[in-house]
Design a protein around this ligand. Sequence first.
Ligand SMILES: [Zn+2]
Ligand SMILES: [Zn+2]
Length: 107
Amino acid sequence: MKDSSKKKCRCCQKARPLALFHRLEGTTAIHPFCRPCLAMTVRQRTADRATRRVLTKRDCAQCGQQLPIQMFHWLRASNSYHSYCRPCHAAYMAERYRRLMEVRKRG
Ligand SMILES: [Zn+2]
Ligand SMILES: [Zn+2]
C-alpha cells in the first residue's frame, strides 16, 4: 500500500496521518502544519502578543509621562486607549465631580 494517507508536517518534519492536519474550510487545501504544531504556533503567537502588550508604552496627554499601556483605560467605543493615564483620569474625574457639586451648591 502506498503511503498516501500521510503528509509531512512542515513544522516538525514528521510524516503524520492526514487526520492530524487541519483542512482549510471550503477548500481542498490542507494546512502545512500538523494539529499539534499548529496549536503550538498559535499559543506561541498569543504569548508574543501578550509580551508585546506589556512592552507597549503611551504618552499621557495630561502629565506627559510615558507609561505602560496598562496604566491607560481601554475605550471600547472608540477602539483605542484613553489619552490620560489612570491616575490623571481619576484626578480629572474627581475635579469634574467637585466642580459639578460646586455648581449645584451655588445654584
Ligand atoms: Zn508537526
Ligand atoms: Zn498622566
